[in-house]
Design a binder for this molecule. Structure first.
Ligand SMILES: [Cu+2]
Length: 679
């Protein structure tokens, strides 16, 4: 029984639920005995991933994708090329054909087919590519608009996306200087629009690394943001004209006459309050529509794809799909507008892609083309680049289709009718709220986490919807909604049993009357809540994390080691060598622009430790993503960019190979080395 609990928590809990029904529901229990088998669903059962082969001599580091007439796929690359792929669907078993259309450009992170022409965004310009002589290659590269660059490596540019008025939307990254973003030349950190007659208009400010953006069904613009300075976690934000979305570096240009953003750098307080609360007294600051909790639902949010009539992905029409570069997966977002403000819920959708996801496009058959790259950026999918295709096999998974806010809680709509007994049980749900600090540092801790007890549950007559009356909701906070115990009428478990709802507004309307029939009785809880309720007590230290030299060493250090990090999820040394029993001082410098630690493990346990760290979920940050296990020998804390920490430890007495890894979720597969202990 114990083993089942560890390996398949969900089945175990479901089994308990079945017991619960039989024991307590009397006559219903007799029927429940007929079929008590619980069916566990997998993503593979609904959404197969196909790989589009790439010839060996093409480095298809995808920066942008767009479909052309005749169903050809144009792909722009970080190497400055544009490839046109014929038959990317591999119809009739025929391999796709690649043709080089354009080359010699500067890191093309976006491409789009607009009004009969191909437009590409290079670092410093919007370029129109034309094949004038019809030989299949571009022979005219025309600059439509060019913007200044300071030459900083981090000044990426993205787009163009067509807005509903026919302008081209482009976003410009901040540069990265030491440990923070800076807008080193005009309009970096901004979303700009270029009109059909070639004029640039700054549209909104406050972006940091706006790699993905797109329109929803209403033509409203959403952009995705990555963790960094002033950005605690990934998110998508609704961008309207004149908005400031959070990173003050861009505001160096808000004094210019063309700017429609009025805020100045000094208007933005650096108080570590939640962003939502700062926005209440700083008009113009726009908090995210939906937060993506860092490491749970991605680490570097990327492309946004609207599920419009072109797609065929099951019953989620009108929702957004959002990629993640670092975790090689795709999330699904349901948005609603409450009191004029966008908010909504994000769910996992599909993981397991081959490289870091940057772009998604609909193919003509409704499948989703997924373009990927990971050079220098690291990703769970180990390939350096890739092109894959996600399709839907027509089977509907049991999922939470939507979560909507109610005046007194939430209403979940499912894709299939629910099993009444599990859907009505308070033990099936757990809701926790939390938020993040908003400040100049990189990332930001989770703060003010707390449980939101479910007071009443009402299942709709058609069993498709469940209304939850919830206590302790908090405006501006993220609400983790777990529905682990809910089964479908056909006794399927949920394909994904949690989502995160960002509550920017609470709707008006009628509250559910709490009656004896719907009131939740106090029940035994079998849930392990990701955050707040049961965090690890403290950093597992026990001598594993000594930042002062032990007195017993009497100031005698046998060996000082210095280790650094490099971009692309790397330590700057692949091995370190020490003698058994030596007194070691290890200086760890994080030179990268992401967060890292170093964890030295027992021989052969690097993967186990890395996996355990990932499973810590939201609670991991408090303990620097160091799992409390004997396999961890020594470790630093989690360091932000440019931070440094020195630790002390006595080298193992047993000679051998001791792996060291960074246990920040998603890093351990790539970021590792060996501590060699000699006699
Ligand atoms: Cu790391």
């Amino acid at each position: 029984m114990h083993i089942i609990y560890i390996t398949s928590n969900r089945i175990f809990r479901a089994a308990i639920m079945v017991f619960f029904c039989i024991c307590t529901l009397g006559i219903t229990g007799l029927y429940a005995q007929k079929d008590t088998t619980v069916h566990v669903q997998k993503e593979d059962d609904f959404y197969p991933i196909l790989t589009v082969p790439i010839p060996d001599d093409i480095l298809l580091e995808v920066g942008g994708m767009t479909f052309l007439p005749h169903d050809e796929l144009a792909v722009s690359t970080r190497r400055g090329e544009v490839w046109i792929i014929t038959n990317p669907y591999m119809k009739n078993g025929v391999s796709p054909r690649y043709r080089l259309f354009a080359s010699g450009m500067h890191e093309v992170l976006g491409i789009n087919y607009i009004r009969g022409d191909i437009y590409a965004v290079q670092r410093s310009e919007l370029t129109r590519l034309r094949d004038l002589d019809g030989d299949g290659e571009a022979d005219e590269y025309e600059t439509i608009y060019s913007w200044p660059l300071a030459g900083n490596y981090h000044e990426f540019s993205y787009g163009p996306v067509l807005d509903k008025e026919g302008n081209m939307i482009i976003t410009l990254n901040l540069g990265w200087v030491r440990d923070h973003g800076e807008s080193l030349s005009k309009w970096h950190g901004w979303m700009v629009k270029i009109s059909p007659d070639g004029k640039l208009k700054p549209y909104a400010a406050g972006m940091r690394s706006p790699a993905g953006f797109g329109l929803n069904d209403h033509g409203d613009i959403f952009y995705s943001e990555n963790q960094g300075d002033w950005v605690a976690s990934g998110s998508i934000t609704h961008v309207a004209e004149g908005d400031f979305v959070g990173n003050p570096a861009s505001l160096v240009w808000s004094g210019l006459p063309e700017s429609n953003v009025k805020l100045k750098k000094e208007d933005i307080p650096d108080t570590k309050e939640p962003k939502y609360e700062v926005a209440l007294r700083v008009p113009g600051l726009k908090p995210p529509a939906v937060w993506f909790p860092h490491t749970i639902l991605g680490i570097s949010t990327s492309g946004i794809l609207n599920y419009d009539a072109k797609g065929k992905m099951g019953s989620f029409e009108g929702q957004l799909f959002v990629g993640d570069q670092g975790q090689s997966k795709i999330m699904r977002v349901f948005l609603e507008k409450v009191k004029g403000v966008y908010q909504g819920v994000v769910f996992p959708f599909r993981e397991g892609f081959s490289s870091g996801i940057l772009r998604m496009n609909w193919g003509s058959d409704g499948s989703m083309f997924v373009g990927m790259t990971s050079r220098g950026w690291g990703a769970t999918g180990r390939a350096p680049y890739g092109l894959q295709r996600l399709s839907w096999n027509g089977e509907t998974p049991f999922e939470m289709k939507t979560v909507e806010a109610r005046p007194d809680g939430f209403e979940i709509t499912f894709t299939q009718p629910v099993d009444l007994a599990t859907a009505k049980s308070g033990a099936s749900y757990a809701i926790t709220r939390f938020t993040y600090q908003y400040h100049h540092n990189y990332g930001g801790p989770i703060i003010n986490a707390g449980p939101c007890p479910v007071k009443a549950i009402e299942v709709s007559a058609d069993r498709m919807r469940v209304r939850l009356v919830v206590d302790s909701l908090k405006l501006g906070y993220i609400h983790e909604i777990k529905a682990e115990g809910v089964l479908s009428a056909a006794r399927n478990t949920l394909l994904h049993d949690f989502g995160y709802y960002t509550l920017n507004q609470i709707p008006d309307g009628s509250r559910l009357a709490i009656t004896n029939a719907n009131r939740v009785q106090p029940v035994m809880h079998h849930h392990s809540v990701n955050t707040g309720a049961k965090p690890p007590a403290a950093m597992p230290s026990g001598g594993k994390h000594l930042t002062k030299m032990p007195a017993s060493w009497k100031n005698k250090v046998d060996r000082t080691l210095t280790m650094g990090t490099k971009p692309g999820l790397k330590f700057d040394q692949a091995t370190l060598t020490v003698k058994a029993g030596e007194h070691i001082r290890l200086v760890f410098n994080n030179n990268d622009d992401m967060m890292h630690n170093i964890v030295i493990t027992r021989p052969g346990t690097a993967n186990t430790v890395g996996e355990a760290a990932t499973k810590l979920g939201l609670a991991g940050e408090r303990v620097s993503y160091v799992p409390d296990t004997q396999d961890v020998l020594f470790h630093t804390r989690l360091l932000g960019p440019t931070e440094s920490e020195t630790i002390y430890f006595t080298a193992p007495l047993q000679p051998g190979q001791y792996p060291y890894v960074c246990t920040f979720p998603g890093h351990y597969l790539a970021m590792r080395g060996i501590l060699v202990v000699t006699k």
